[in-house]
Design a protein around this ligand. Structure first.
Ligand SMILES: [Zn+2]
Length: 243
């Protein structure tokens, strides 16, 4: 990016680092992403999503958001991380909020003209089959309405037939930092499961809406059946025995 005449800012983070590209004026997310994807391809850096479970993340992941919907949630520069309770600083200035803000104010920002030049020769971005324009926002419902898991989690991404989110039960144990243990069926969000094995009861308890005792047994049986089916089709040991 520096070779391209840009001034990305490197920020420490909880699990690595963020590379920020600040723009002089708001620029279309899709066009900036095209440029970043091209840089990643040039450097053989894998980008998460579209079949890749690991890799760097490019945010925002949406080209546009519909009214009433949100794009990716991000922590603004120098904001306090809500999980770690820490502030993370940018490389290039002393670890002092005022000096950091001064540093951010002074770094040259990418302009419309620069972006036009950078993406001018790039091929169009391949069509995404699984990218969402926006993520669902759970409407507020007072207690007493049917339980809806989407009202209690932040959807991280859409992949396959599912929304993926941090499992509340895993989160309560400090786990699932990649925020993708909980699969929620897009077609029927009443169906959800944690791939780390948390039961519905555990998930409901973790969000403060425990399953009433009378329904608890039923939920448990449904869950056990789903897991049994998955184990039958995915068991790695069965292949080993045939060989
Ligand atoms: Zn879990």
């Amino acid at each position: 990016m520096v070779e391209d005449g840009l001034n990305p800012a490197l920020e420490e983070s909880r699990r690595g680092a963020h590379l920020w590209l600040f723009a002089e004026k708001p620029l279309p997310a899709g066009e900036l992403r095209r440029y970043v994807l091209a840089v990643a391809a040039r450097l053989n850096i894998v980008v998460k999503g579209n079949g890749q479970a690991e890799g760097i993340e490019i945010i925002p992941g949406q080209d546009r958001v519909k009214p009433g919907m949100y794009g990716n949630a991000i922590r603004a520069p120098l904001g306090i991380h809500r999980t770690s309770g820490q502030r993370y600083f940018f490389c290039g200035a002393s670890r002092n909020s005022e000096l950091q803000i001064e540093f951010l104010k002074n770094i040259p920002k990418i302009t419309r003209e620069q972006l036009d030049q950078l993406i001018g020769d790039l091929p169009p971005e391949p069509p995404h089959n699984q990218r969402m324009d926006s993520l669902p926002v759970a409407p507020f419902r007072p207690n007493g309405h049917p339980f809806k898991i989407l009202e209690h989690v932040v959807v991280n991404r859409l992949s396959g037939q599912n929304f993926w989110a941090r499992c509340p039960s895993c989160a309560s144990q400090g786990k699932d930092n990649s925020c993708d243990n909980l699969a929620i069926s897009v077609e029927d969000p009443r169906k959800y499961r944690c791939w780390a094995g948390c039961t519905r009861q555990m998930i409901r308890a973790a969000v403060g809406f425990p399953i009433p005792a009378t329904l608890s047994t039923l939920g448990g049986n449904d869950y056990a059946r789903t897991r049994a089916a998955v184990h039958t089709t995915q068991s790695p040991s069965s292949r080993g025995k045939e060989a």
